[in-house]
Design a protein around this ligand. Structure first.
Ligand code: SF4
Length: 348
């Protein structure tokens, strides 16, 4: 292993700023070198994200269309029925996804929500997909329940630097985020944690944010780096754009600092042209999200991604799955659910 990619957990902000400052070509070369020591550079992992409960969130994240505090176009939706989630997961699998991520706009799941989300985890897992959830803050007991149900990953983003955090969210603390990540780790689940750039933070904040992630006792297995999607009605609707090269630098620095993690190109990818996405892959991004559009007729977004992969000679990463009859598994899961209450207003 080269000296450039021994995983470290003791980054100073100054060291990270120094990485950001090296000439762009040198940074890309260093990131690509680290990337090739741990991954096939021509493989990208594909996850599908489904919102299982949308809107009416009590938190005040200033970038988010789901916060009940802002007047956005998002329609509040109750917790999805388990069977609908499983049908969506089946489509995702057929479209090439290997991981199915289920997200709920909650501050934290309540006790009454847990039986439903646990059924979702069990059902999706039975389809042979990796499972991921993002439900807000969870305590140790909830983390254990999710792990026992078969949840592979829990997503909980640090969002930004500790220094910039209070400018973005006031309804919870940075320490709350770290506590949930610790609960996830303690349960044995894998951690998916990253953040958003373009939140009006400065360059030092971006360095500090990546230092927080890399200095966790264990690097998150998955590190989503999002470019802010500006949503009308949210307080950050008119924030200045982040320079595109600064975003690519973030990907490259994340790759160098967390050499064995999957670095995910997440929100904001829709707004990037093919060349920008290719540059992010060169910088070490090796995971993407298909959004909910995957699940609609025609799947134009999925087709566009596959065309880009073909142009770049990229294959989708596969995971080992057992020989599962998908149709049968869905039928079984739905039958198991048929006498249960499937739909209720989890937003209240
Ligand atoms: S907790 Fe999640 S859903 Fe709620 S406002 Fe923040 S980002 Fe949005």
């Amino acid at each position: 292993m080269s000296q450039t990619n021994i995983p470290r957990h003791d980054w100073s902000i100054a060291e990270v700023e120094a990485l950001f400052a090296i000439p762009f070509s040198d940074l890309m070369f260093q990131a690509q070198t680290v990337h090739r020591e741990h991954f096939n550079p021509n493989e990208v992992q594909v996850s599908t994200l489904l919102s299982i409960k949308t809107g009416a969130c009590p938190e005040d994240c200033k970038y988010c269309s789901q916060s009940a505090r802002y007047n956005t176009d998002v329609q509040k939706e109750r917790l999805m029925e388990v069977e609908k989630v499983l049908e969506a997961a089946k489509v995702a699998k057929e479209q090439g996804s290997t991981r199915f991520c289920m997200g709920a706009g909650w501050r934290n799941p309540k006790a009454r929500d847990m039986p439903f989300v646990l059924e979702m985890v069990k059902g999706v897992k039975a389809l042979g997909l990796e499972t991921c959830m993002t439900l807000g803050m969870i305590n140790g007991g909830q983390a254990d329940e999710l792990q026992e149900a078969g949840l592979d990953y829990y997503n909980h983003n640090l969002d930004t630097s500790p220094e910039h955090y209070n400018s973005i969210i006031t309804t919870r603390s940075y320490q709350d985020r770290l506590d949930t990540l610790q609960n996830v780790r303690d349960s044995g689940m894998k951690v998916c944690s990253g953040g958003i750039v373009g939140l009006g933070e400065n360059a030092q904040d971006r360095a500090s944010f990546l230092a927080q992630l890399a200095n966790l006792p264990k690097h998150p297995e998955s590190v989503p780096i999002n470019m802010l999607v500006k949503i009308a009605g949210t307080p950050l609707a008119d924030v200045d754009d982040l320079e595109a090269f600064d975003f690519v630098r973030c990907i490259a620095v994340a790759r160098i600092m967390m050499p064995k993690s999957h670095v995910r190109l997440s929100a904001g990818r829709d707004a990037m042209n093919e060349q920008m996405q290719a540059m992010c892959f060169l910088a070490g991004a090796n995971s993407i999200f298909y959004g909910c559009k995957l699940l609609t007729t025609g799947n134009p977004e999925a087709n566009k991604d596959m065309q880009l992969f073909a142009k770049l000679g990229i294959n989708t990463e596969t995971v080992a799955t057992d020989d599962i009859d998908t149709e049968q598994k869905i039928t079984t899961a739905v039958v198991n659910q048929q006498n249960k209450e499937l739909f209720y207003d989890a937003a209240l």
